[in-house]
Write a protein that binds this ligand. Structure first.
Ligand code: AP5
Length: 221
């Protein structure tokens, strides 16, 4: 099963994707995570995208589509040709060109899309979600200044590390750019999928566990 989680920055795509990975053994393909890894590793792609990401703008369609194609190939290779429980596309596609590229990438591998889950959210609440979030620098566990603090202040619940980090693009100014790009470039791809009967909406403002349950019920239909 191949699904897309679609929604503006801070809608909860990453949060829900990791829960589906834990509960269903699906594979999360997050272009944001792939690009951040390339940036941290200082690869040529990472150097090329660093400033674009810091401004909250979109990286080129060609770069992200190539990253997804490579990951789909390596997943298939690792699984000996078996596609396994499926893939969650998190943060991809984000433009009409990427949506077309994804169709092609899947078709070339004998696969197809099964669901597009749109997380509907109140944009006003998203800035608070994003500026308050941080992760453990060692294991990547996510926290939030207000919504999810470690049980012991300054110590990661999962691995005990005392080092945490914040994303450089999680500032109020950059969020405004990212939201505008979502409205102008990403939301317009929804009708493309809706015409194929693939879109289901989930209330992304509900409690995290309830959002997961709503997504699971769509996948179990
Ligand atoms: P990316 O990493 O994809 O960022 P994004 O889309 O802006 O999404 P976020 O990661 O900010 O939010 P999310 O929806 O995953 O929310 P989360 O679960 O963390 O992209 C970053 C950049 O990379 C882009 O700006 C661009 O430059 C580049 N890029 C990436 N993909 C690209 C592509 N395809 N094409 C071109 N460029 C690309 O949740 C946020 C917070 O809210 C967390 O603290 C969480 O705990 C909390 N939370 C989540 N759900 C709930 C809930 N239901 N209730 C209360 N709190 C909640």
């Amino acid at each position: 099963m191949n699904i897309i989680l679609l929604g503006p920055p801070g809608a909860g795509k990453g949060t829900q994707a990791s829960r589906l990975v834990a509960e269903r053994g699906m594979v999360q393909l997050s272009t944001g995570d792939m690009l951040r890894a390339a940036k941290d590793a200082g690869t040529p792609v990472g150097l090329q995208v660093r400033d674009i990401m810091a401004r909250g703008e979109l990286v080129s369609d060609a770069i992200v589509s190539a990253l997804i194609g490579e990951r789909l190939d390596s997943l298939k290779e690792e699984a000996g040709g078996d596609t396994g429980p499926g893939v969650i596309f998190d943060g991809f596609p984000r433009t009409a060109a990427q949506a077309e590229a994804l169709d092609l990438l899947l078709a070339e591998r004998g696969q197809q899309l099964d669901h597009v889950v749109e997380l509907t959210v109140d944009e006003a609440a998203l800035t608070e979600r994003i500026v308050g979030r941080y992760t453990c620098a060692k294991c990547g566990e996510g926290y939030h200044d207000r919504f999810k603090q470690p049980a012991e202040a300054g110590v990661c619940d999962v691995c005990g590390s005392t080092e945490f980090k914040r994303r450089p693009d999680d500032t109020a100014e950059t969020i405004a750019t990212r939201m505008a790009i979502y409205r102008g470039e990403t939301a317009p791809i929804l009708p493309f999928y809706d015409a194929r009967g693939l879109v289901a909406q989930v209330d992304g403002m509900a409690e995290i566990g309830q959002v997961t349950q709503a997504i699971e019920s769509i996948l179990d239909r």
